[in-house]
Design a protein around this ligand. Structure first.
Ligand code: SAM
Length: 311
């Protein structure tokens, strides 16, 4: 823990989530696009590697690739290979799984440890309604390929939405138990002020009653330190995590994550776009590693809790 850089609020920066493209092969109606811009941006493998080297230097130990859809990049195996060469404690990907059958073996062979697959429903019609695509079987096959390829754990990210898939939680948990998957139930992000996003609020599903139910029936409960104090419930030989970033000072207090957008900017908070720090332009201008590290640390110091505790 000693050389880990902390932000102004003494929160250590442990994990880095890098969005490596904003292209995607599905169109989930609720997608927050990881807060990124609609234009297509991508960093090269070498540019990503330069950022990774700094991340390693400042004590970051976990790297997660996201997007857009990270597996849409045909150099994804190369990206994982380069990342693994730096010996991070943990390297993972969040994917919609539709291209995973093609890549799971190679990704595992080149150092990917585990994977999260966003998979909200087991009903083909609901899948099509959410993603506008008919790829449910591809995603399912991708999940199986990940298990067979030796990735562990394989987690299912299910965004729970009122009136859309909230009636499928039990079925999804059975599916997960059957295949040895961890189920992550994700609260739909509510956004204020943006007309388009406000339409989503009607699908917002309150996780509180679920949480209370799990507290009662779980055989064991673990609180995940450095993971926004997220709770993990062990129920009937299965595992469920709840991801609730909304209206949650505790979430901010325990946030140890930094993000990089596809256009190479540090994004200190998922819920804000007004405090970004550009890394890619300086990299393309030929900046030294020392100077890049300085800019990176300045980016870390811009971190502010989004939900301030008003007590
Ligand atoms: N394409 C990849 C995938 O599908 O996992 C990575 C990008 S996706 C934006 C990353 C995660 O954010 C997915 O698990 C997705 O379900 C989640 N997500 C997207 N929009 C969301 C929203 N409005 N609220 C909560 N989670 C959301």
């Amino acid at each position: 823990m000693n050389n880990i850089v902390k932000d102004k609020y003494q929160r250590p920066i442990i994990s880095l989530r890098i969005s490596i493209t904003n292209r995607c092969n599905v169109s989930c109606f609720y997608c927050h696009h990881d807060g990124i811009l609609p234009k297509n941006y991508e960093m090269t493998v070498d540019e990503i590697y330069k950022i990774l080297k700094i991340a390693k230097k400042v004590g970051i130990s976990k790297i997660r690739y996201s997007g857009g859809e990270p597996l849409i990049r045909d150099d994804i195996v190369e990206i994982i290979k380069k990342t693994s060469s730096l010996n991070f404690k943990d390297v993972s990907i969040t994917t919609n799984g539709t291209l995973l059958s093609k890549y799971a073996n190679d990704l595992a062979k080149h150092g990917l440890k585990r994977i999260n697959v966003s998979f909200d429903t087991l009903n083909p019609e609901t899948y099509k309604c959410i993603t506008k695509k008919d790829y449910m079987e591809d995603a399912k096959n991708g999940i199986i390929a990940a298990i067979e390829g030796g990735l562990y754990p394989v987690k299912i990210n299910m965004v729970v939405m009122k009136g859309i898939n909230d009636n499928e939680i039990d079925e999804m948990f059975e599916f997960c138990k059957k295949h040895g998957l961890v189920l992550q139930l994700i609260e739909l992000l509510k956004t204020d002020g943006c007309e388009e996003n406000e339409k989503l609020n009607k699908y917002h599903y309150d996780m509180e009653p679920l949480e209370q139910k799990f507290e009662k029936i779980a055989d064991k409960i673990k609180t995940r330190k450095f993971m926004q104090e997220r709770k993990k419930y062990y129920i009937d030989d299965g595992e469920i995590e709840l991801v609730k970033p909304m209206d949650n000072t505790e979430f901010c207090e325990n946030c140890t994550r930094l993000r990089i957008t596809p256009e190479g900017k540090i994004k200190p908070c998922l819920l804000r776009n007004d405090n970004l720090t550009d890394l890619l332009k300086p990299i393309r201008d030929g900046i030294s590693e020392e100077e890049l590290e300085k800019i990176f640390i300045e980016g870390i110091y811009k971190r502010e809790p989004y939900y301030a505790d008003e007590k």
